[in-house]
Ligand binder design. Sequence first.
Ligand SMILES: Cc1cc2nc3c(=O)[nH]c(=O)nc-3n(C[C@H](O)[C@H](O)[C@H](O)COP(=O)(O)OP(=O)(O)OC[C@H]3O[C@@H](n4cnc5c(N)ncnc54)[C@H](O)[C@@H]3O)c2cc1C
Length: 476
Amino acid sequence: MQRYDIAIIGGGIVGCCIARQLARYDVNVAVVEAANDIACGSSKANGGLVHGGYDPKPDSMKAQVNARGCELYSQWSQELGFAFERPGSMVLAFNDEDRHTLDRLRTQGVKNGVRGLAIVGPKRIHELEPRASEMAVAALWCTQTGYVDPFDVAISAAENAAANGVDFLRGHKVTQIAAKNDGFEIETSAGSLWARRIVNAAGNGCAEISRMAGAEKFNLVWRQGNILVLDREVHPYMPLYPTPTPVSKGVIVTGTVHGNTVVTATAAIREPGDTDTYAADMQKLLDGAQKLAPSLDTRRVIRAFAGGRAVIDGLNDFLIRRSTLVPGFIQVAGIQSPGVASAPAIAQKVEGLLREDGAVLHERADYQPLRRPPVDFDQLDIDAQDELIQKDHFWGKIVCRCETVPEAEVIAAIHRTPGAVSVEGVKRRCRAGMGRCQSGFCQSRVVEILARELNCTPEDVLLEDAGSQIVSGPVK
Ligand SMILES: Cc1cc2nc3c(=O)[nH]c(=O)nc-3n(C[C@H](O)[C@H](O)[C@H](O)COP(=O)(O)OP(=O)(O)OC[C@H]3O[C@@H](n4cnc5c(N)ncnc54)[C@H](O)[C@@H]3O)c2cc1C
């Protein structure tokens, strides 16, 4: 049985960031993930906003990690080579009641340690984002807000962790945990392992993992959200927020690191695992966007999707602490929004909890904090593109025309560690299929390349997880 010092259960953005944080120390770490790839849970279906940190209540766990996580993104993006932009954001107020909410948010933000908060009037609003509604009477401007591609963050962190010795056990659904005197025996769908300590970062599965280990009992609710993606804009929108409700930041209009516009997100309690999109939610998104940015051309929608936030019933906060019932078991549960924004700070917090739990963490002499990101052909100038094509003809074979992704990038996505094993895994790593046609042209090419590189038949190639084959046989 493979033995580890620490098993992180769950390979979402949070588990991958924790893995990266621990990879600098001389400990054996495994990420145990049920799906056949990382970042397949909530981490693949969210707005990608790195919220500034003024929204959480000051005495909450969210407040501790959101502002800090937002701050850490500058350093993490430089070290890991993922795209991060910090355009700032505005919460728009349309009446007196909203105006009072801005004051409250600013006070909270100051308490939470958020820098760069100011309340501004209509003139400044339109200097900052000329497309913001003319009906806005004031705004809370937060210079710290940013956005990322959330799966790029998780994948970058995972690649860096793997390069520093962390094992990624994908396709290993944890089914049973036996707490022993000196650690845990963990049964999975693909064999068993032993770990001295467990970090429960299992997203929608964290209540079940906690129960298996005999730790805290809690129930999760699935706060589902629908999101719309629009085609690229010449100037991506500065994130525009309405005033928040007690459970949601409301419908937000934002740019993305890839130049698209996103309208995110609705919030409704639905059946766990429900990732359907709903007409009523779409209407809420369109109405919300219209209110904040009336000139936004909502006919430019290229994709609608949904994800779910794993919310602990009765606790509108993250549960990040050592279990009081089971020694060596660290809870990182109920990571609803703002889990993306907080992930690097959650990782630091978990390191502290492991130390409190007695883990001995010595920095490794050969720790490598930097990751070399894959080449993004589309971002190169014509001479650099030409040079690559001269060296290897696969750089000249464009697979995805919408996003200009050559075959060499798809091959690299498959062979990095942990690499893509499905069409969606390729898409998350190099954007083949992410553009205007939403893979209408390139999906069959990606299937062929995956089959060739993974040495299987096209009939074996998966869209995403086990059982999601796309091709049933040749037609001619
Ligand atoms: C619509 C929507 C919009 C959002 N927008 C934002 C935003 O703009 N900014 C922001 O900060 N946050 C946002 N969030 C929240 C954010 O997406 C989550 O907080 C974050 O992705 C949680 O990451 P995670 O790693 O904890 O969970 P996940 O990504 O769900 O990862 C948990 C992993 O655990 C695995 N797992 C579960 N059970 C088991 C098991 N038994 N064995 C092994 N593995 C298991 C799962 O397969 C999964 O991969 C949004 C969420 C939604 C739904």
